[in-house]
Ligand binder design. Sequence first.
Ligand code: SF4
Ligand code: SF4
Length: 338
Amino acid sequence: MKVLSKSKLETALNKLNQSAEVFLPMQKDKESGFYSWKLFNQGQDELMLNALNVYLPPKNVVLPQTERMYSIKQEGQEIKIDKTFEDSSPRVIFGARPCDLKAILCMDDVFLTRGYEDSFYKCRREAITIVANACFQPGPACFCAAMEINPLEPAGADVIICDAGEAYSWEAKTPKGEALTAQITEYLEEKSLSLPAAKPFVQDVKYEGVAEKLKGMFNNHIWERLGESCHNCGICTYVCPSCYCFDIQVKMWGDEGYRFRCWDSCMYEEYSREAGGGNPRGSGIERFRNRFLHKLEFFKERYGTPLCTGCGRCIVACPAGINIVKIIDEIKEAELDA
Ligand code: SF4
Ligand code: SF4
């Protein structure tokens, strides 16, 4: 098998960085997430390829938190598009965990299928190569295997690496992955490597049947109880690798300006407020219910897979201690309305 020694990792990253911007998991000051290798500050920042999940997923590489879309000009009563900012710069996400990779595949479903193509997303996505980091030792909040993910051989990766101590195994899975491999071939060795044995999951999650059961639970009394401590702060959607909702805004200076989009959250009251002032999800409980129905039922109905990838970030980050694993358990246990 092909092997990348850890002693050659930084040199290989420098090489890849010559033809693409490479994003990796890093600790930067008090924050952890996927940042550009160009911003890596030797001696201060820490590479986090060994961490299971950094606080922020690589979602921002595929769907930036704020993305300029068009510059526009007002001419009389007309608004004209001056320039479109579709970004096809080559990028590499290096070390995405299988849960974060699956979240990108969910976004591919949303932005590229069912007769609808988001050209901004498409441009970026086509220029991204993903090196997935296989997981052998699930963390205390992880439950990806219960959400239809193979943590050892994740679908959709261009390359799969696996941490075997002093070196990573390196396996190209797609033509994009082969092209990336060719760029660093001088740093790869051909040799055998014994891979670590897979450890069991701490979380015992049984998602089977949940999407089907939820069909009869829209008005169930459990939502009041489960959602009563939710602050509707939106942190869970911010850290979630698969939450993709955005809002489009306009910024004008006189007759010129631009349109941009930025992440939004279904937990916010304004998210579903209509122009006439009505709001189909006016209460916090309705918004809480919507988030879990979308994750566990609606997305599965539409795309055949849940929109939760079992990364566990929302469990760790929620200030109210709301835990999607416990919610799945409660749904399984709940009595259906008569
Ligand atoms: S579930 Fe937790 S993180 Fe999400 S909006 Fe409610 S309080 Fe905030
Ligand atoms: S809902 Fe929570 S556990 Fe599921 S993918 Fe999003 S952040 Fe991860």
